[in-house]
Design a protein around this ligand. Structure first.
Ligand code: NAD
Length: 434
């Protein structure tokens, strides 16, 4: 198939590269000249394991190329995939400005019989809106398909090449079948729905996962008060097949470019039809509070006085294996710490440059290694569970810190890891040690 992918963010880039890997002829389009220059020079503008190699393979095979010329890319395409951003407006609603602009641009060069698929996460009715916008500019026949994306940053290639399911929302059976054939090499689980159900299903899935996270975090908070251990509670819950073990890790809450944005957008979608989504409002509220758990623990340890303290922070991305810092809990935690007068020594294996752009330099020393960040600090807070932190020698670490205080916001360490050390260890929903 000849495919044009509009937008080379996490979703568009990974999808485009993977479609090329399947043998299709793919052109990826982006407006951002810096991203484009990186891609055309053989680089990858995001951190995603394995992506650079797969892109190089597609380019070398002549199946993949990158361009800034949308019209040229769309002119020949049998399938046009829209994968532009849908960032939140201050109200929480998804901003459709990039979707609308892409739709209008596509219209001017769309070939007859093409399929326009929206992969971006969009409010219910957006595919119909895209159709309407295209029809204001062209009379060529085309089909609209909603093709929601479920990949996770950090394992994006695997999630794309071996997805749990592919959802295709379509009005036309023929268009749905064409896209089903495109994705059949990846999975047997292909669900064909109507346009609106596909759009809502994406939000509903993220709302469910966010709910699971906030639920286990509230259970963790209760565990701390009643002297239970949330990792044991979660293990027992997860053995029930109706519940399952995924997304039951207590911690400082979810972040990233999807869950915070999509939960708030779904609350707005419900609000537009006069439905108060009470459960999801609570999920968002619990999550907002949960990240402050780390700050509260520090305040308790230091009798409410953080001024003049040095706090080491390990991990800035919203989860490991990504450089994405959008809505990362570390942003709010570090803001609170620096506002309270603490000095932060921060380290992350890949996300530091992105984090710095959002956070600025006020009150922070950026460090090149985990141990450098810990050096001389009054306490250490682990905010992202990068694998390299789990390998740290805690016996050595306790000698580097000024005081051996460790707040593990992701429950990365186990009791046996701490054995023989003098660490005062706090985690989330588990008994503190020493
Ligand atoms: P992103 O912001 O990383 O990338 C969007 C890209 O689109 C940017 O590079 C931008 O320059 C480009 N763009 C915007 N308008 C354009 C135009 N008219 N022509 C060409 N390029 C244009 O976004 P993302 O994280 O890839 O997310 C894209 C969508 O997918 C969002 O709706 C998001 O909610 C959804 N989604 C994201 C993830 C994820 O893990 N990031 C997962 C599932 C779904």
């Amino acid at each position: 198939m000849r495919i044009a992918v509009i937008g080379t963010g996490y979703v568009g880039l990974v999808s485009g590269i993977c479609y090329a890997e399947l043998g299709h002829s793919v052109v990826c389009v982006d407006k951002d000249p810096d991203k484009l220059a990186t891609l055309q020079a053989g680089g990858i503008p995001i951190y995603e394991p394995g992506l650079k190699e797969l892109s190089a393979k597609g380019v070398a095979a002549g199946r993949l190329r990158y361009t800034g010329d949308l019209a040229e890319a769309v002119r020949d395409a049998e399938l046009v995939v829209i994968a532009v951003g849908t960032p939140p407006l201050p109200s929480g609603e998804a901003d459709l400005v990039y979707i609308d602009a892409a739709a209008l641009e596509i219209a001017d060069s769309l070939r007859a019989g093409a399929i326009v698929a929206v992969k971006s996460t969009v409010p219910v009715g957006t595919n119909e809106r895209v159709q309407g916008l295209i029809r204001t500019r062209t009379t060529v026949p085309f089909d609209s398909v909603s093709l929601p994306e479920f990949l996770r940053e950090g394992s994006a290639i695997r999630d794309t090449l071996e997805p749990d399911r592919v959802v295709i929302g379509a009005e036309s059976r023929e268009a749905a079948e064409k896209l089903a054939s495109l994705h059949r090499p990846l999975t047997r689980n292909i669900l064909i729905t109507d346009l609106r159900s596909a759009e809502l299903l994406k939000y509903a899935s993220n709302a469910f996962l966010a709910t699971k996270i906030s639920l286990i975090n509230e259970i963790a908070n209760i565990c701390e008060k009643v002297g239970a251990d949330v990792s044991q509670v979660a293990e027992g819950m997860g053995l029930d097949r109706r519940i399952g073990p995924a997304f039951l890790q207590a911690g400082i809450g979810y972040g990233g470019s999807c869950f915070p944005k999509d939960t708030r957008a779904l609350i707005q979608i419900a609000g537009h039809v006069a439905y108060d989504f009470k459960l999801l409002r609570s999920v968002v509220e619990v999550n907002r509070e949960q990240r402050l758990n780390v700050v509260r623990k520090l305040e308790t340890i230091f009798d409410g006085e953080l001024r003049g303290k040095t706090v080491a922070v390990w991990g800035l991305s919203f989860k490991p294996n990504t450089d994405d810092v959008r809505e990362s809990p570390a942003l709010e935690i570090m803001r609170r710490l620096t506002e309270a007068g603490a000095r932060v020594r921060a380290y992350d294996p890949v996300a530091m440059p992105n984090f710095r752009k959002l956070f600025g330099d006020e009150g922070v020393d950026w460090c090149d290694a985990a141990e450098e960040a810990a050096s001389g600090a009054d306490a250490l807070c682990l905010l992202t569970e990068w694998e390299e932190f789990a390998r740290e020698d805690l016996h050595k670490l306790q000698t580097i810190l000024k005081r051996p205080i460790l707040i593990d916001g992701r429950n990365l360490f186990k009791e046996e890891d701490l054995k023989g050390t003098s660490f005062v260890y706090y985690s989330i929903g588990r008994p503190s040690l020493n």
